[in-house]
Design a protein around this ligand. Structure first.
Ligand code: AHR
Length: 491
């Protein structure tokens, strides 16, 4: 058994962990919205205003803080006026990015904003820059947030919503270096400044504007953007980084069938997030030394080849214990980088990519990734603490990832052990924290390929585990391929 130590420094607070780091993303893609979270008001599946009740409850349980919508690539071809008013009269469109299917726009602004109210989370709207207009985006903001008499506010009232909604997060474009218009950073920066000028704060609503940032390690995009876009133009910059096990987009690897080597390359590919965040943060520190502009990782997760027999444009993939480890590593990294990283959104909520929920007809299951969000939820709005980890490596790749935070006088320690054969014992030096109660939860499986199926939906789920408190330390077992959370309370 490997011996792993962690030394906590309770007096050294690193940064506040915004709850939005535990955010989600749902796009008009495959079965994420339609036949996923949205089944329509007339469905026999229990729903509230067309959204599945079981999904609403599951998202509330993990305290979903923010939901990004309507894309993704879809955002830059979405015209919001097609998605309001009487449903049977709504204009249809072709979803050119995702399978060329017909989009009937039955899930639009009202459905999304009401869903966020129902969930108690912040909406995060991604606006259309690639094929839209400044006026279109400006009017969308007016439609959603203006309280007085105006063409857009009156239209909203005509469509049944008297009071404006609160809208904080507004993304101005998505992947404008690619599907959002194939732009150069110089061109996008100018366009960004133009668009954001006309997105106004109405009726006490204050927008938090997000500029489209780079893909992965495109440091040039970040530099050029921040040389042109200043804190008075933007509140944050986005970043997208996906883990592709093989590193080859034309053959990404399967979700449930993979070799141990492919498993370990998934882990090292995920840990690359640390380098990306560190290097982007260094550029941001240079060009925004006041730390006024946040970094939002608004798309992250594993991207595999689609499940056999499913639509190639729908990006449906299963989710195993490997995904749980990937989620734990990423979330621990976001905590560690939370001085700059103010939000993150896993891609995507239901039935797409690293989904936390899968559905099939009336059946629904929670994936191993969902359970990681559950184990980590007390990090939301906690203070990240400095700690010193002595883990172990496999061929140079660190196998242990962890983070520690404090909230309401309690500590939360979240740890993952990525190694497939080595069990470890973790001994935590509490640095004087007077722990009197320890509550451990563990997610593990005998095989990293284990997943929850509709016939066996609870194969991978968290179980309680015990920790031993003695002489200022806490000790807990980390099985091979596991995610563990340990909550410590004072007497
Ligand atoms: O999440 C799927 C797609 O990945 C998004 O639409 C796009 O932004 C990214 O390339």
């Amino acid at each position: 058994m490997k011996q792993v130590t962690l030394k906590i420094k309770p007096e050294r607070r690193l940064s506040h962990i915004n709850r939005e780091i535990y955010g989600h993303f749902s796009e008009h893609l495959g079965r994420c919205i339609y036949n996923g979270l949205y089944v329509g008001e007339h469905s026999p599946i229990p729903n509230r205003n067309g959204v599945r009740t079981d999904i609403i409850e599951a998202l509330r349980r993990i305290r979903i803080p923010v939901l990004r919508w309507p894309g993704g690539c879809f955002a830059d071809e979405y015209h919001w006026k097609d998605g309001i008013g009487e449903k049977s009269l709504r204009k249809k469109m072709v979803n050119t990015n995702w399978g060329g299917v017909t989009e009937d726009n039955s899930f639009g602004t009202h459905e999304f904003m009401n869903l966020c109210e129902e969930l108690g989370c912040e909406p995060y709207i991604a606006g259309n820059v690639g094929s839209g207009t400044v006026r279109e985006l400006a009017e969308w903001v007016e439609y959603m947030t203006f309280d007085g008499e105006s063409p857009m506010a009156d239209l909203r009232r005509k469509n049944g919503r008297e009071q404006p909604w609160k809208l904080k997060y507004l993304g101005i474009g998505n992947e404008n270096w690619g599907c959002g218009g194939n732009m150069r950073p110089e061109y996008y920066s100018d366009l960004y400044k133009q668009y954001q000028t006309f997105c106004k704060n109405y009726s006490g609503n204050t927008l938090y504007k997000v500029a489209c940032g780079p893909s992965g390690e495109d440091y040039n995009w970040m530099r050029v953007l921040l040389e042109n876009v200043k804190p008075w133009h933007t509140n944050a910059v986005s970043l997208h980084y996906y883990t592709v096990p093989t590193g080859d987009w034309s053959h990404k690897g399967a979700a449930t069938v993979f070799s141990d080597d492919e498993y370990y390359s998934t882990i090292s590919g995920t840990l690359f997030m640390d380098e990306i965040l560190t290097k982007h943060t260094a550029i941001m520190d240079e060009l925004d030394p006041g730390n006024k502009i946040g970094l939002i990782v608004d798309e992250w997760g594993c991207w595999y080849d689609v499940e056999e027999g499913t639509h190639p444009g729908f990006l449906y993939q299963q989710n195993t214990m490997r995904d749980a480890i990937v989620a734990a590593i990423n979330l621990n990294l976001f905590n560690a980088h939370s001085r700059r990283v103010v939000m993150a959104n896993i891609a995507q909520t239901v039935n797409v990519l690293q989904a936390i929920i899968l559905t099939e007809g009336e059946r629904m299951l929670l994936t191993p990734t969902y359970h990681v969000f559950d184990l980590f939820k007390e990090h939301q709005d906690a203070e990240c603490m400095e700690s010193e980890l002595n883990g172990f490596d496999r061929s140079g790749t660190p196998m242990i990832s962890c983070s520690v935070s404090e909230k309401d006088g309690a500590l939360l320690i979240t740890v993952s052990n990525a190694d497939l054969t080595e069990e470890a014992e973790l001994t935590v030096d509490l640095g004087g924290f007077p722990a009197a109660q320890a509550e451990g939860m563990m997610l593990t499986a005998p095989d990293p390929r284990a997943f929850n199926s509709f016939d066996e939906p609870e194969r991978v789920k968290p179980v309680p585990c015990s920790a031993v408190l003695s002489g200022g330390t806490a000790a807990i077992r980390l099985p091979a391929c596991s995610v563990v959370s340990l909550r410590l309370r004072r007497s």
